[in-house]
Write a protein that binds this ligand. Structure first.
Ligand code: HXC
Length: 510
């Protein structure tokens, strides 16, 4: 028996060494951790239960029958994050560059099936060279099996992808169908075809970093939801993200003990909105002062910064925050901001996370570049997302809510549950200058008349009261009481029960 146990330990030791010491050293020399080291940091200590450690590929082409490595380039299993179950797979770059074979794909599929069956989040850690070139169509089939499972799990369990090295070819599409993608700066990149193919086909010369590095995907393409400086920071932040997420679409949202009362007033909020309506202020301050202990996990911080999205907690319970940001483009809604917020709203709605929306929006961004780029369709995504969402929706208008953007931003008419306005709110079809220039065009040369018309328009419409008179805002509230008002509203809405008509699925404008 002793020998049998020893043999098991020997085989485990070999498997744990992956592609061997030299390749592990090379991985470290590039500033990257190995798959197993990453898992150790991400999961609670000692909680990892590995599956399929001894799986090998079945390829016999190109001398592959002589090159077998236990595990076949991916480490899979489950464990816990702060006590809550998660499933995961981590590509092992030291084994065939983490490339995907039929057997490698089957390991991932097994974990995907288990995560879905047991209703727990799944995390994929990527550091890989795409399809195993020696396997041909078996690898392509393996990818498609993984993609199919991504789609079936979408909206049922949270799926997170963390890119910590190369991620190219077939490897990019599974992350693309998960809920969130995070990257590591300088060591990770994602693209469908690499710099060499780009050079051949388009004659462009680019580096891997320029083509698909973290800065490209967090600021330009919006493929990635965030980036971190190194593997350790990224993995610790992923633990933090998992803490915010429910295990599935039927699980309760996480609730943690919160020491901070919601009853204290915050007088600084009474001074947040400047006297001059054209002056910006940082809407993040309001989010941080509404969320428990100022703890806010921002999603897509570097993309479409005119809208802020992310997770916080109110009275210990996960809450999704969406807020126009007056500091960037005056908080206007453009195509990018609409797409970014729409996706976030839909994630929250999938997983029963209530939405708190802070509104200060001058409208949709005019111009040919926006219209040619499909602003109508992209703006409609956010409108659609808010309108279909059945989770609790609490809205606070802090200043401008003009035009179509007023409707879009979780207005009462889109089944907003509790809609508040600060006394500084201005709810109207448009700002005073634009309005007067249209309805009093004949007086444009007469400065006194225009000033009088502008004053009259401001007095009548640039306040919350016309909307409040119609019940479009439920109450005009003191800014200093916002956290208490939002918390009480969310508490009241905990048992909200609202269903949309039966359908196979909707047809959101894509
Ligand atoms: C088999 C691979 C491999 C692959 C890398 N390796 N990619 N083995 N299949 N796809 C092996 C290498 O042979 C090498 O083995 C080891 O992994 C490390 O690779 P290096 O090239 O030495 O590392 P590096 O210089 O860091 O370059 C990493 C890389 C490069 C950029 C990922 O390896 C690369 O370009 N690989 C090929 C990428 C690719 O074209 N994949 C196919 C995409 S098509 P040794 O033994 O020397 O250590 C695709 C289609 C699917 O995925 C579509 C489905 C929808």
């Amino acid at each position: 028996m002793k020998d049998v146990l020893k043999e098991l330990e020997r085989r485990r030791e070999i498997a744990r060494m992956g592609g061997g010491k030299a390749r592990i050293d090379a991985q470290h020399a590039r500033g990257k951790l190995t798959a197993r080291e990453r898992i150790d940091i991400f999961l609670d200590q000692g909680s990892f239960e590995e599956f399929d450690m001894f799986v090998e590929h079945r390829s016999t082409d190109f001398g592959m029958e002589k090159q077998k490595v236990a595990g076949d380039g991916v480490v899979t299993g489950w464990g816990t994050v702060n006590g809550r179950t998660v499933f995961l797979f981590a590509k092992d770059f030291t084994v065939f560059g983490g490339s995907l074979s039929e057997a490698h794909a089957e390991k991932i599929q097994k974990i995907q099936d288990m995560a879905l069956r047991n209703r727990a989040p799944i995390i994929g850690i990527y550091d890989a060279g795409g399809a195993r070139i020696q396997e041909g169509v078996a690898a392509l089939g393996g990818y498609a099996e993984v993609f199919q499972r991504n789609v079936l799990a979408s909206g049922v369990i949270p799926q997170i992808s963390v890119i910590m090295g190369p991620c190219a070819g077939g490897d990019v599409y599974s992350p693309a169908m998960t809920d969130f993608i995070f990257m590591v700066r300088d060591t990770s990149y994602m693209f469908v075809t690499g710099p060499d193919v780009v050079k051949t086909v388009t004659n462009e010369t680019v580096t891997a970093e320029q083509l698909g590095g973290a800065s490209v995907h967090t600021t330009k393409s919006s493929i990635a939801d965030g980036a971190y400086d190194n593997d350790v920071e990224a993995l610790l932040q992923m633990r933090r993200l998992v803490d915010f997420l429910p295990a599935s679409n039927t699980a309760d949202i996480p609730e943690i003990a919160c020491a901070q009362t919601v009853d204290d007033h915050d007088p600084s909020l009474d001074r947040l909105v400047p006297d001059n309506a054209n002056k910006p202020y940082d809407i993040r301050e309001l989010i941080l002062k509404t969320a428990d202990e100022g703890d806010f996990f921002e999603i897509q911080q570097s993309f479409a910064r005119n809208i802020v999205t992310g997770f916080g907690r109110v009275e210990g319970r996960t809450t999704g925050f969406v807020a126009n940001q007056p500091m960037v483009l005056a908080g206007v809604l453009d195509s990018d901001a609409s797409r970014k917020a729409a996706r976030f709203v839909r994630f929250c709605d999938c997983f029963n996370i209530p939405l708190v929306t802070f509104v200060d929006v001058p409208g949709f961004l005019p111009g040919t570049s926006q219209e040619y780029g499909g602003l109508i369709k992209h703006g409609a995504k956010l409108l659609f997302a808010y309108a279909e969402a059945t989770v609790p929706k609490v809205t606070v208008i802090t200043r401008k809510a003009f035009g179509g953007a007023y409707d879009v931003m979780a207005s009462k008419h889109l089944r907003g549950d509790v809609n508040y306005a600060w006394p500084t709110a201005q709810i109207a079809v448009m700002g005073a200058k634009g309005a007067v220039e249209i309805i009093y065009r004949k007086d444009i040369g007469d400065a006194d008349k225009i000033a009088a018309h502008t004053k009259a328009y401001e007095d009548r419409f640039l306040s919350p009261f016309v909307a409040a008179e119609r019940g479009y805002v439920d109450e005009v509230i003191m800014p200093h009481s916002t956290r208490r008002r939002v918390a009480r509203a969310l508490r009241m809405l905990r048992n909200k029960d609202l269903q949309n008509p039966w359908k196979k699925h909707d047809n959101i404008p894509l």
